[in-house]
Design a protein around this ligand. Structure first.
Ligand SMILES: C[S@@+](CC[C@H](N)C(=O)[O-])C[C@H]1O[C@@H](n2cnc3c(N)ncnc32)[C@H](O)[C@@H]1O
Length: 225
């Protein structure tokens, strides 16, 4: 078992991991349809360039379809502590045309990435920093594994503005959300944390997505090592 998983992400019962994987697989279709335009624009930055990509918290693999136009020889490592995500991610990789030799699922956490320093052209993470135990450690790991000039592509839901009704609801529901959605926090200031993480530059935008309900707004963009 990769280093730090028990401390960072204590093992969940099998049934809970399965429940969460099934829920993610079944419930995200309208969200994925709405975010598709934003993702297409972001992932176009990988086309023909990035040879080695690592995705943190890959889940069921909804981003794998965006890796279809990668340079020949490109490969993707998907990291996730939930073992029940693997079958969905492998199916998504196959559907996207990535050959089994080009996609590897690794049971690990973002806070201890199982790859060497400066070995990746790009790191991708969508809807994952809400769930990691230590956001700053995860971002330090993203920077560690990126090659100089490498890019970190992200789409994350973040806390609503203070003083809004949405923020009040998010605060009230945050504890419940963490129980039903495997540690997901509704009120993390993830956009600010990415901006302050020490990348050489960060392009970040915000959008409200109607399909995401309380899980809004979303911060998305690219950070450059
Ligand atoms: C809301 S899901 C998002 C999955 C996928 N990225 C997507 O966009 O649908 C959050 C994912 O983060 C994973 N996760 C939770 N803690 C993590 C950690 N410490 N490191 C990496 N992934 C983690 C969960 O197992 C889950 O697959």
């Amino acid at each position: 078992m990769p280093l730090m998983i028990p401390r960072v992400h204590p093992p969940r019962p099998d049934w809970y991991e399965e429940f969460y994987a099934v829920a993610m697989d079944a419930s995200m279709k309208s969200y994925e349809a709405e975010i598709a335009g934003y993702k297409s624009e972001l992932f176009a930055n990988l086309t023909g360039k990035a040879a080695k990509i690592l995705e943190i918290g890959i889940g069921t693999g909804p981003n794998l379809k965006y890796y279809g136009n990668l340079a020949s020889g490109a490969s993707v490592v998907g990291v996730d502590p939930n073992r029940k995500m693997e079958k969905y991610a492998q199916a998504a990789a196959q559907a996207s045309g990535l050959s089994p030799t080009k996609f590897k699922f690794v049971n690990a956490v973002a806070e201890a990435l199982p790859v060497s320093d400066a070995s990746m052209d790009a790191v991708v993470g969508t809807l994952v920093l809400c769930s990691v135990k230590d956001v700053n450690k995860a971002l330090q790991e993203v920077k560690r594994v990126l090659k100089p000039g490498g890019i970190y592509i992200f789409v994350e839901h973040v806390a609503a503005e203070d003083g809004t009704f949405l923020k009040v609801i998010q605060r009230a529901l945050d504890p419940l959300q963490q129980v039903v959605a495997d540690g997901c926090h509704l009120t993390r200031e993830t956009g600010h944390i990415i901006s302050a993480a020490g990348f050489s530059s960060t392009d970040i935008k915000k959008v409200f997505l109607s399909s995401a309900s309380l899980i809004n707004p979303h911060a998305y963009g690219i950070a450059y090592k």
